[in-house]
Design a protein. Structure first.
Length: 429
């Protein structure tokens, strides 16, 4: 094979799928009018498919869409990209999950010149955080299309009952308000959030950044045992230990934490804005009419929630139809389609869609305002940017669990940092 395997695909598997190690399938020739686009099952995809006739009419191109679930999508990329197949042109991918691997293995074409020289595309309109996540070694390898930001969910009625006229603006205020509301409402936790070792990493990241830390430092070294990181671990774990649900488990993902909040059992909850309808839909939430949203509270380093692209569009570097592939991205991630997607409830990566009243008209007003702040101040990753993401999350997530259960968070951070540095060293070999 000419490239490193994504997750250990063997030559036998590649051969079984009728591909060769140097390419596969009918590539349609250079500049073919048939464009092959691979997309994941998502609302964004359904919206784009409905608009495709417009694009085909404008360009004279024929678009063949392959639409798959996430697991099937990963399997297809695993085999075809590893084989150097040319029958993938445009690819929808997860920048924070497989982005570094794809870029490192040179599966993604360099889009820097196309994006920055295209005046009509207005690349400067894209938010800095998501662009950071779709770049590799100062090259743009993907265009962000769907974003998520962390915000604070809260109960308006409980805050009012406890005499608070506004949600907390700082992490110190969050702790104080959580304690007061909890004391005033027996059986209601002051705060809830993810607790699972891996699941909690993404939402913990905003606490880490707001304390002034990060998973790695500017030189690429592990930094989860800095004083700032230790303070963040201790704060997050302590808030859940002292003001979280009774008999709190350490394996909660978003669905379990959201259920506690929507059943009226918690006052505050930090989570991705993309999940907000679970809290505001009366069919899913007992507290739908009392839910408010606020900007992520500021820590010692300010309010620094993540602002990440959950999905992006890239071009297969082996494609022989790159110019037409760019035409698709230019259209699908352009201003008009981005605004249409935003109005349909799919948070976009362009600043203009958040500045446009049309773009926020379908969102709760306070959620739109909180998100707008996050798109400006946000950090472009919510987990370590590595090849083996799942393994890294397990390592840096251990101090979260230890802090929740009352163990020495600082000692746990030291142990995690040593293990994470070895992980980074091994990955760099």
């Amino acid at each position: 094979m000419r490239r490193r395997s994504i997750i250990g695909t063997s030559l036998a598997v590649v051969a079984a799928m009728g591909l060769s190690a140097c390419g596969g399938g009918d590539d349609g020739g250079s500049g073919s009018n048939t464009l092959r686009v691979t997309l994941v099952n998502h609302v964004w995809t359904e919206n784009i498919k409905k608009a495709l006739p417009e694009f085909e009419k404008q360009t004279g191109l024929k678009v063949e869409v392959t639409q798959l679930g996430e697991d099937q999508l990963s399997d297809q990329y695993n085999v075809k990209l590893n084989a150097g197949s040319t029958d993938l042109d445009v690819m929808m991918y997860r920048p924070l999950q497989e982005g570094k691997l794809f870029a490192k293995n040179k599966y993604l074409a360099d889009l820097t010149d196309k994006a920055k020289s295209d005046g009509a595309f207005e690349f400067s309109d894209f938010q800095a955080g998501p662009v950071q996540a779709t770049s590799y070694e100062d090259k743009l390898v993907g265009v962000p299309i769907i974003t998520e930001q962390e915000v604070l969910y809260y109960r308006k009625d409980l805050l009012e009952k406890s005499g608070f006229t506004a949600p907390p603006k700082t992490l110190d205020e969050l702790k104080a308000q959580a304690a007061k509301v909890e004391a005033d409402n027996p059986g209601v936790a002051g705060f809830v959030a993810r607790t699972g070792k891996s699941a909690a990493v993404t939402q913990f990241s905003s606490f880490l950044y707001s304390f002034g830390g990060d998973f790695v430092d500017a030189s690429g070294k592990a930094s989860v045992n800095t004083e700032q990181a230790k303070q963040a671990y201790a704060y997050y774990g302590g808030l859940l230990r002292d003001h979280g649900p009774e008999n709190i488990s350490t394996d909660m993902s978003w669905s379990e934490a959201m259920a506690i909040f929507t059943q009226g059992k918690a006052a505050f909850y930090t989570e991705a804005n993309s999940l907000y309808k679970n809290a505001t839909d009366p069919a899913k939430s007992k507290v739908s009419d009392t839910v408010g949203f606020a900007t992520f509270p500021a820590g010692p380093a300010g309010s620094k929630p993540y602002n990440v692209p959950s999905w992006a569009l890239g071009i297969n570097d082996a494609s022989k139809n790159k110019d037409n592939a760019w035409k698709f991205i230019q259209w699908a991630a352009g201003k008009d389609q981005s605004l249409a997607q935003q109005k349909a409830g799919v948070p976009g990566a362009r600043a203009s869609v958040w500045a446009n009243p049309e773009g926020t008209s379908t969102y709760p007003k306070d959620l739109a305002e909180a998100t707008a702040v996050s798109t400006t101040n946000g950090v472009g990753h919510d987990r370590p940017l590595v090849v083996k993401v799942a393994e890294a999350r397990e390592i840096v997530g251990q101090p979260i669990v230890d802090a929740i259960t009352g163990k020495d968070a600082a000692a746990s951070a030291d142990a995690a940092n040593e293990k994470f540095q070895k992980f980074l060293d091994d990955e760099a070999k």
